[in-house]
Design a binder for this molecule. Structure first.
Ligand code: SF4
Ligand code: SF4
Length: 182
């Protein structure tokens, strides 16, 4: 049969020598490699008990941001969804009603905002596209799960804690992130 490429190599069918049939040299060689690694520094860590420091440019799960008065910043303009190359963001807009000025910063807000973490490639384009500093990628990794539906994060899961009612949780979610100049 004619070969399609010249990459195929014939397999050696040499009979085993006396030493090869004993297997002892091969076992000794394998044990020497094992012992060599026992005294080396382990490259692995006991995750999740221990974690490695992330790079300063690490991009984790998205957070929907609030302003200093605890109002939701998102105005449901849809720029993040348009910028998203993975089409991971969906939202529905609603008009702010009189008396809701303390809840929503703008006259329009996202009544529904979802990100599918199975689609997201953590490129950060949604954060860059946002004119209101309303969405940013945090330092938290998306936790693993066996259920695919749990990876569609709702607005309530994405929303940062209110700085007025829970300043500690707000500061933790914010991390070392500097304020975005608008
Ligand atoms: S990080 Fe990238 S892929 Fe993920 S939601 Fe934002 S724009 Fe889409
Ligand atoms: S997160 Fe930003 S870009 Fe996305 S809809 Fe809200 S305001 Fe617009």
């Amino acid at each position: 049969m004619q070969a399609l490429t010249s990459k195929a190599k014939p397999v050696g069918r040499k009979p085993m020598t006396f030493w090869e049939k004993l297997y002892i040299p091969a076992i000794a060689k394998g044990m020497a490699i094992t012992f060599k690694h026992i005294f080396r520094k382990k490259p692995t860590i006991n995750y999740p008990e221990k974690t490695r420091p992330f790079s300063p440019v690490f991009r984790g799960v998205q957070v929907l941001n609030r302003d200093e008065e605890g109002r939701e910043r998102c105005t449901a303009c849809g720029l993040c969804a348009v910028a998203c190359p993975a089409e991971a963001i969906t939202m529905e807009a609603a008009e702010r009603l009189p008396g809701e000025e303390n809840l929503y910063r703008e006259e329009k807000y996202a009544v529904k905002y979802e990100i599918n973490m199975l689609r997201c490639i953590f490129c950060g384009l949604c954060e860059e596209a946002c004119p209101k500093d309303a969405v940013y990628l945090s330092e938290t990794m998306v936790p693993s799960n066996y259920n695919r539906k749990t990876f569609v994060y709702s607005k309530q899961e994405l929303l940062i804690p209110n700085p007025l009612t829970d300043p500690e949780a707000f500061a933790k979610a914010k991390g070392a992130r500097p304020e975005k100049t608008l």
